[in-house]
Design a protein around this ligand. Structure first.
Ligand code: SF4
Length: 213
């Protein structure tokens, strides 16, 4: 990476971490995937019941494989052979898990996490339920403010997820949100997490690399 651009990104990470901490969230900068796993060993007690919200970042960073190790009791929504009803049961159990893992559609430099969800199963346990919430993001998810976060979802996260899921929504064809109104819309619940009641419940781990979308 160009060293000048890296210096800018590091400044943005610093701003973001300070703002998240002001909002009672713990924030960590992580250099790479190996350091990420070491940090998770510190943050997540062995034997914890853990589960995840849908996330490409968790696959790309190796976190899904890490959670499948015998160290944890992993409620695995991706387990082969699960029926749709069983997947819903896993979603519901997330509320009583010890630790919920997810990425975020955007993290603002003024300390907010912004997420848009179709079913709500990813954003709901971020708000309430699990004792601990671990959010893992590449630094590509950092944006200036809430307006930029909304725009990021409309221009990047949601269209890319629609393509990934193979859904015939108009954003997959145009590359931009077209405010579709059909049954296959994936943008239904818009959640902004700000100053938290419980200090440290939400932990944001920012990687100095790009992951997910
Ligand atoms: S509202 Fe519809 S068109 Fe817009 S990003 Fe979401 S799924 Fe795509």
């Amino acid at each position: 990476m160009d060293q000048n651009w890296k210096a800018i990104m590091e400044k943005r990470v610093e701003n973001t971490m300070k703002a998240l901490q002001n909002h009672n969230m713990d924030a960590y900068f992580i250099n790479d995937k190996a350091e990420l796993i070491r940090k998770l060993d510190e943050l997540v007690p062995e034997g914890s019941t853990v589960t995840v919200g849908g996330s490409m970042t968790l696959f790309e960073t190796g976190v899904i494989d890490y959670l499948r190790s015998s160290r944890f009791h992993f409620l695995d929504r991706y387990e082969k052979g699960l029926t749709p009803e069983q997947v819903v049961q896993v979603f519901k159990k997330a509320f009583t898990s010890d630790v919920f893992f997810s990425s975020s559609n955007a993290v603002t430099e003024d300390g907010y996490l912004y997420n848009v969800d179709g079913n709500g199963n990813r954003v709901a346990p971020m708000i309430y339920g699990p004792d601990s919430v671990v959010i893992i993001v590449g630094w590509n998810k950092i944006v200036k403010d809430i307006d930029a976060a909304i725009e990021r979802n409309r221009q990047i996260s949601a269209p890319a997820n629609v393509v990934r899921l193979g859904i015939p929504n108009p954003c997959a064809k145009t590359g931009h949100c077209m405010d579709c109104q059909g049954a296959t819309r994936i943008c239904c619940d818009y959640v902004l997490l700000g100053k938290q009641k419980i200090p440290g419940r939400i932990k944001v781990l920012i990687l100095g690399e790009d992951y997910g979308y």
